[in-house]
Design a protein around this ligand. Structure first.
Ligand SMILES: O=P(O)(O)O[C@@H]1C[C@H](O)[C@@H](CO)O1
Length: 352
């Protein structure tokens, strides 16, 4: 590959036949043998960065080491894990007695590359419960394999987390959804899975879960019902929905034809994350609560006169506007979970 992503031919020409070697090629001649073999114009540093990004094997022992690093470094054993969606990093800002780990400083951890994803892991207390929050998630379009995107969910599991709260910013396809609404996820359509991609691809380690996990009832119904009650108490029930989310690979927003197809499949909101995290969490038997903040309405009509083009600035601005409601919903739900006995006890087995 060239620095611009074009494939170079053996005579040095790009496969589009127009340009020759990049102008800065002479500065790039100090290549590794491996890079030379595939006619790669990346510098050794770039080549190494791509290799690290695409490395997707995280053996159990490595994940255990990361978990130990976090538990020892924080002196806490979190019970609830939170993944903050785009612009929803404030969910981690409300954590008290926080111990903050920058992703760069956590051994073997990927780094965040997207605006609105700070790249910090925050461990502390929220409503009396010990929680850990990812202020910044990993997306497939950043170049990470899905297993790497959702590897932190396994870290959470080995830290002791029982509940995953996954949040995201999403486009509303259901015409009833308005910007700023909250959709509690009760199911998903795994479009990347349709294309043969899964975070569970490759050898299965039964210490995490079974080879063929079932995904019906992935989204905990009791937590959805509790969240609806909380929404009512907050006076936002008319801005809350229960619906189906779908994740596409991104980073492009969807075409109208794609949106029409998703709507036909029963999808209410579309984004670029969460599904692989939920799959990984269910595989290792975590209870999942997830919601989408609807940051933009997706037009599914070609002759729609409104200016409906999605953009990340708008996504971030809406998330900022609605962060208070999202924080309150999450805090109140965590308060309820904290009041329940830990799972494993007889009483807990009958509840969520
Ligand atoms: O991390 P999430 O899923 O909240 O972020 C969404 C999807 C893209 O990363 C970005 C597009 O604006 O927001």
């Amino acid at each position: 590959m060239t620095g611009s992503g074009k494939v170079a031919t053996s005579n040095g020409n790009h496969s589009n036949g127009h340009s020759n070697k990049p102008a800065d090629y002479t500065a790039r001649e100090n290549q590794t043998d491996e890079a030379k073999k595939i006619q790669c114009y990346l510098t050794p540093e770039e080549f190494r960065a791509v290799r690290i990004m695409q490395e997707d094997t995280y053996p159990y022992e490595v994940i255990q080491e990361i978990a130990d690093f976090i538990v020892k470094g924080s002196g806490m054993r979190p019970r609830i894990g939170i993944i903050c969606g785009s612009g929803l990093g404030s969910l981690a800002d409300i954590i008290q007695d926080a111990k903050v780990f920058e992703y760069e400083k956590i051994p073997n951890f990927p780094v965040s590359t997207v605006e609105g994803h700070a790249g910090k892991l925050v461990v502390g207390n929220l409503e009396g419960a010990c929680v850990m929050a990812m202020q910044g998630r990993f997306h497939f379009y950043e170049g990470y394999p899905l297993a790497k995107c959702s590897m932190p969910v396994r870290v959470m599991k080995l830290c002791g987390v029982e509940y995953l709260f996954a949040t995201n910013a999403a486009g509303g396809i259901n015409p009833k959804y308005m910007v700023g609404d909250i959709m509690l996820m009760h199911d998903h359509v795994n479009m990347l899975g349709f294309a043969g991609n899964s975070p569970l691809q490759g050898p299965n380690d039964p210490r995490f879960g079974p080879r063929f996990p079932a995904l019906v009832n992935s989204y905990n119904k009791d937590l959805i019902n509790k969240a609806l009650e909380i929404g009512k108490a907050m006076g936002i029930e008319s801005n809350m929905h229960v619906g189906v989310y779908s994740c596409l690979g991104g980073p492009t927003y969807e075409t109208i034809a794609e949106l029409k197809a998703l709507r036909l499949m029963g999808v209410d909101a579309v984004g670029m994350s969460t599904v692989h995290e939920v799959i990984t969490a269910r595989h290792c038997d975590m209870k999942v609560f997830a919601f989408s903040l609807i940051t933009n309405k997706c037009s599914i009509e070609y002759d729609d006169k409104r200016d409906q083009e999605a953009n990340h600035e708008e996504v971030m601005a809406v998330a900022k506007n609605r962060q208070k409601a999202c924080c309150e919903l999450v805090s109140r739900l965590i308060r309820e979970i904290h009041a329940m006995p830990p799972s494993g006890t007889q009483a807990a087995k009958t509840g969520v």
